[in-house]
Design a protein. Structure first.
Length: 476
């Protein structure tokens, strides 16, 4: 008999129907009641064992963590909390679990502990909810761009260029590091390497996406990116996923419109399809916040916050206006910001972004027209000579969630900026070709996927929304 999913049985299973379920034992009470979970839902299905007519050796093997198959009849549940349960005729142990050594005992575990056993944490309710949501967020992103007529392209993971110009990249080599071939001046001889040149893991698929946009019109990439940035924080990972749309014949305003529409679409999709997971994570968040002082607690519940994003237009203002607001703010005047704002040209930190979103506007904010000195070489220079057509979208609790810009399509301006920022025109000649042959106004942005998952799930640490987090000192 084909196995049924527990979620489907709890929602619409027919009383009296013979059924088969497979899953992992959460608890086994009184040698009779199994709480079984198969990963499809937060809620377990109760399987009732006929203990009088079940072999005692088999009963002893029904332990927390064991994988079992149960065949029986779907009956009306006698207990509270669920509509149906299974009266089992047959129990088969598919995989034993040593009850004494199994790390996930039926009790509350800290997130720090679960990070230490991240290979098993999928089996908890919290991480089951997070990763079902992560799955749907990815699906909704693809759905949004497909419906908008975008072409999905795969950008390379191994690259010879630094799209951000920050130099914080992981190097890729097949050279023997213990016997590194050297040039005459004692430097590593990359001509002997696999690609005959120095290569790295990509920090962004943007440059390749620009190539696609200047042929297809609208494209997007969605793939892993890597930053060798020694940031040991709750907001940074060394390996993370990025969504990077690029749109031809589009300016900074088209860019903002698309990003806002995409974020609202994805969050709305989660609200429509994952009330159960969101309700569970909302309750988890409420319990966590009870430990905090009243003034540090969120003003809205998780689902209220998500609905607020969907229902409200994002505030749009220039960087210069944001600086004026921050200069006049109490935390800045009283030097309570870790990085005190002195004036125009300041590189905004998370604390500044969150002040604008959470305290001043109390809604998502899109900042545009940043000083060119703190932004990348490819951003379009504004007529004022000191700013570029860049945009950042700031979310409550997260800070920057999207960064983008109108791209510099004018060849002379781009080459001048590359010289100013010491970006090799020779290395990037292929990129300059897009400006030599049929260039046009175009724009794009990058969305850090894990930061969006963090926001939707209410998790405070980005390491808890990716299956195997990579950060300084950790690559288990």
């Amino acid at each position: 008999m084909k196995r049924a999913r527990i979620k489907a049985l709890l929602q619409s299973g027919v009383i009296g129907e013979k059924t088969t379920v497979c899953g992992w034992v959460r608890t086994f009470r009184n040698n009779q009641f199994i709480a079984l979970n198969d990963g499809t839902t937060v809620k377990p299905l109760q399987v009732v064992v006929d203990r009088e007519n079940t072999d005692e050796a088999l009963l002893k093997r029904i332990t927390t963590g064991a994988a079992i198959k149960a065949v029986g009849t779907l009956v009306e549940s006698q207990g509270k909390g669920q509509r149906v349960e299974i009266a089992a005729d047959e129990i088969e142990i598919l995989g034993d679990s040593d009850a004494e050594s199994y790390p996930l005992q039926p009790k509350k575990h800290s997130l720090e502990f679960l990070r230490e056993i991240h290979h098993l944490r999928f089996r908890t309710n919290t991480f089951g909810a997070i990763f079902r949501l992560r799955n749907s967020i990815a699906f909704a992103i693809h759905k949004f761009f497909y419906e908008q007529g975008f072409v999905y392209i795969h950008s390379p993971i191994i690259t010879g260029s630094d799209a951000e110009g920050a130099g914080e990249m992981f190097q890729v080599t097949n050279l023997d590091l213990d016997k590194l071939p050297l040039t005459e001046d004692g430097k590593a001889d990359y001509s002997k390497d696999f690609f005959n040149k120095q290569t790295n893991l990509t920090v962004s698929g943007q440059l390749e996406a620009e190539l696609g946009a200047l042929a297809f019109g609208d494209v997007y990439t969605f793939g892993p990116t890597f930053r060798a940035e020694n940031s040991n924080t709750s907001r940074h990972l060394a390996e993370f996923w990025m969504i990077e749309p690029e749109m031809a014949f589009s300016d900074i305003h088209d860019n903002m419109d698309n990003a806002e529409a995409m974020l609202k679409y994805v969050i709305k999709y989660c609200l429509e399809h994952h009330q159960e997971e969101l309700e569970f994570l909302e309750q988890r968040l409420l319990n966590e916040e009870k430990q905090k002082p009243q003034n540090e607690r969120s003003e809205m519940s998780l689902r209220e916050k998500l609905q607020f994003i969907v229902d409200n237009d994002f505030e749009r203002l220039k960087y210069e206006e944001a600086i004026e607001i921050l200069l006049r703010s109490k935390p800045n005047k009283k030097k309570k910001f870790q990085f005190v704002i002195e004036g125009f040209g300041a590189d905004l930190q998370s604390e500044h972004e969150r002040y604008l979103v959470e305290k001043h506007f109390k809604k998502p904010v899109i900042l545009i027209d940043y000083p060119k000195e703190i932004k990348a070489f490819y951003m379009r220079q504004n007529d004022d000579g000191r700013t570029v057509a860049a945009m950042d979208i700031l979310f409550p609790g997260i800070g920057e969630i999207v960064g983008g810009s109108q791209r510099e399509e004018r060849l002379d301006k781009l080459m001048q900026r590359m010289d100013e920022m010491d970006v090799s025109q020779e290395e990037m000649d292929w990129f300059l070709d897009t400006r030599r042959y049929g260039t046009c106004e175009h724009a794009g942005y990058g969305l850090g996927f894990e930061r969006l998952v963090q926001f939707v799930t209410g998790m405070s640490n980005i390491r808890d929304v990716i299956p195997s987090p990579r950060y300084p000192g950790h690559c288990e």
